[in-house]
Design a protein around this ligand. Structure first.
Ligand code: PBG
Length: 313
């Protein structure tokens, strides 16, 4: 009877599993602050993709750790970049037909300074230059789509990047590739463990000049409106648990598909509690994801995707 009257559903197909691709072969390096999450060489990532497909997971979100970094993040749009190679390999595997491949579009994993855009010196210190960054993000988005990404997902939070990426996709002949925009991404302490996983911690300063102030929900709605106006097809809310009210507000405002990202810090704090026996692992994983769905997200990006899919099987 409970099943009959349940208002919110959670299925493996609602889940997106993030993978961190790194150079090499047979590499499976656990991220110390994210037990159960690994930097994976492409051969290992293909195995993960096959496992995810077998579990009925909806898709993968791909991040890359390049061999080398530079000031402008050249590795992000290199046709032989780490994620581009990974996309081509996964597309050739049997998993490809069952999984949506989403490529994160950002420069922070590829820049030597770890910021999401071009950095310039000013009389008051440094600044991230919004407009000159757009061209690089646009090139990156097109290059990932050409390599096989089914969806590109800009997470940099520069203003105007959705329009720039849309134009570059269309020009490259990828007019059918949708944009999943991290439209309202808050400057959050909960990204801490990710920055170890993706080796993308800013070498100076923070991301508060381009990511949002956690105090602002009206501004979040304005950011969403702007991205949809520029042509975003879906939006990704982030983080999830501390911002469930923002997901709900977005759900009530717009009709596009909405995803929510249960970010690294949300994952790691639950894992830390599980390790101490302080929380019931299986119940807490599913409850945390159900809460995201109930808040209004159609799908959730989560490092628990495989665990949750097994629990839901
Ligand atoms: C890249 C990016 C970040 C995350 C996703 N894309 C890090 C950041 O903005 O610092 C965070 C994901 C997570 O914490 O799991 N800009």
């Amino acid at each position: 009877m409970r099943a009959l009257v349940r208002e919110t559903t959670l299925e493996p197909g609602d889940l997106i599993y993030p993978l961190f691709l790194c150079p090499g072969e047979s590499v499976r390096r656990e991220v110390s602050s994210m037990p159960g999450v690994f930097n994976l060489s492409i051969d290992e990532a293909v195995c993960e993709a096959e496992e995810a497909a077998a579990l009925g997971i909806g898709g993968l979100l791909l991040f890359g750790l390049p061999e080398t970094k530079d000031e402008v993040g050249t590795g992000a749009w290199d046709q032989n970049g780490i994620v581009q190679q990974g996309l081509r390999a996964i597309k050739l595997s049997s998993a490809a037909k069952k999984l949506v491949l989403i490529a994160d579009v950002c420069l922070c994993e590829y820049t030597s300074h770890g910021h999401c855009g071009i950095v310039a010196e000013t009389s008051e210190g440094w600044t991230v230059k919004n407009d000159p960054t757009l061209d690089l993000l646009a090139k990156t988005g097109a290059s990932l789509a050409l390599a096989g990404a089914d969806i590109v997902a800009p997470s940099d939070m520069m203003d105007g990047r959705v329009a720039a990426i849309r134009a570059a996709l269309d020009k490259a002949g990828c007019e059918d590739t949708p944009i999943l925009s991290y439209a309202s991404k808050f400057a959050s302490a909960f990204y801490g463990p990710f920055r170890e996983a993706a080796d993308s911690a800013p070498q100076f300063g923070d991301r508060k000049t381009y990511q949002m102030d956690g105090a602002n929900i009206r501004e979040a709605m304005r950011e969403i409106d702007l991205d949809l106006g520029e042509g975003a097809d879906m939006i990704l809310m982030k983080p999830a648990m501390p911002y469930l009210d923002v997901i709900r507000a977005a759900r009530e405002r717009v009709d596009v598909p909405i995803g929510a990202y249960q970010v690294s810090g949300e994952y790691s704090m639950l894992q830390a509690a599980f390790a101490r026996g302080w929380l019931d692992r299986d119940r807490a994983i599913l409850e945390s994801l159900l809460g995201i769905r109930r808040a209004g997200a159609d799908f959730a990006v989560t490092y628990f995707a495989k665990d949750a899919a097994k629990l839901l099987a």
